[in-house]
Ligand binder design. Structure first.
Ligand code: SAH
Length: 374
């Protein structure tokens, strides 16, 4: 018998309806699923034996066939500014050990957890170091939700009993919409009031622009959407975000406005990495403003995080400021990312170049930026 056939079912990341079906299969009432969810997500319990309001024989049946198991922590780091980072072991599809990372960014009044959705990425954006690493495999819903479960356990409760993780962003390693099958149930658990009970505005999915999946997402859930635009025209975007050759800007924006309409969302964030001399000129800002003006859009300017072997440099602070002012002048909302947790990157090979106003964290072998703006 192969090991997959004997493996226990990991309950992490299982949406409520599915969990109800699962407990029914064990001969229990559906409300047992609700009790289980409270134990798993509210109390962070993984040991069925300690779930004392469940009948003892049901706990034993559960323990025989199910488990609550996050990925193993390889290393945990804490920055002087309170940013925390966990390197998690993700067994690779080829049997080679891989790792992903989860990052917690505290701010006054909020705590943002940045999670990964894949081991590596297949999309090949030219300014992203994950692209150099290639794609290994999708994470399961258990591995995605498990990052939140682990971070919750590691962070503990805040002294006043308030939740520590208030926001979750899919801005770690991977393209979440390329792993729709696991990301959707994971989102359902994040939003479920018996799961992490996060409001839809506090869960952000960032995508490089998989148009069919954006349309599908509009039908299936209503989280906040962030889109990695990075260029105001197809010629430039084809080069920076190659998926643009399949799903050009026009189709992408149409999907975005449809998403907003369907979800009655507040706005869509367009991420725009600032690359010196590539996409940061005043004419790019004006072209971008023309694309977005009149829509519920917000631009998040991301100072480029450099990495070994890249041909790009980050725009100068003056160029970023000029770009920002042109957008603001055209009536487009803009935020710029801030630096957090850069001291803990030193240990895992943080690069020397530092740019003002950015969040810089290393995810696995990937250097990313995490938006910590509203
Ligand atoms: N695959 C998703 C989520 C990934 S990363 C997406 O593309 O949106 C989150 C953000 O970091 C994306 O906007 C991505 O384009 C950006 N990013 C990737 N590499 C970067 C780098 N070296 N410097 C700054 N931002 C980067």
């Amino acid at each position: 018998m192969d090991s997959a056939a004997t493996a226990k079912v990991n309950l992490l990341g299982m949406p409520r309806a599915e969990l109800e079906g699962f407990v029914a299969g064990l001969g229990a009432q559906p409300f047992r699923a609700r009790q289980l969810m409270k134990w798993i997500y509210r109390r962070g319990e993984s040991d069925f034996a300690r779930m004392t309001d469940l009948a003892k024989d049901f706990r034993e049946r559960l323990a025989a066939v199910a488990e609550v198991r996050p990925l193993d922590i390889v290393t945990a780091q804490a920055s002087a500014d309170g940013t925390r980072k966990w390197l998690l072991r993700a067994p690779g599809a080829t049997g080679i050990e891989q790792a992903i990372e989860t990052v917690f960014i505290p701010e006054p009044g909020r705590g943002t957890l940045c999670i990964s959705s894949q081991v590596g990425c297949a999309l090949d954006c030219s300014f992203c170091s994950t692209a150099q690493q290639g794609f290994n495999r999708n994470l399961s819903a258990a591995e995605i939700v498990g990052q939140v479960w682990l971070a919750n356990r590691e962070l503990g409760m805040s002294p006043d009993g308030a939740r520590v993780i208030t926001n979750v962003v899919f801005m770690g390693m991977g393209e979440p919409l390329a792993n729709y099958r696991a990301v959707l149930p994971a989102i359902q658990v994040l939003l479920d009031d018996l799961g992490y009970d996060l409001s839809r505005r506090r869960v952000t999915l960032s995508t490089s622009g998989l148009v069919p999946q954006i349309h599908r997402l509009a039908e299936d859930c209503n989280v906040a959407l962030a889109v990695s635009l990075h260029a105001p025209n197809d010629a430039l975007r084809d080069e920076l975000v190659p998926i643009n050759r399949r799903h050009p800007i026009r189709d992408l924006l149409e999907a975005c406005w449809h998403y907003l309409e369907k979800q009655n969302g507040r706005n869509i964030t367009f991420e725009y990495v600032m690359l010196d001399g590539v996409n940061d000129r005043p004419e790019h800002a004006r072209e971008l403003a023309r694309l977005l003006a009149g829509h519920e859009a917000k631009v998040n300017l991301i100072p480029f995080n450099t990495f070994p072997g890249t041909r790009y440099r980050c725009s100068t602070p003056a160029a970023i400021e000029r770009f920002r002012e042109i957008l603001l002048g055209a009536g487009v909302m803009v935020t710029t990312r801030r630096t957090r947790g850069d001291d803990i990157d030193a240990a895992c090979g943080q690069l020397k170049g530092r740019v003002l106003d950015r969040t810089q964290v290393r995810l696995g072998q990937k250097l990313i930026s995490v938006s910590v703006q509203a």
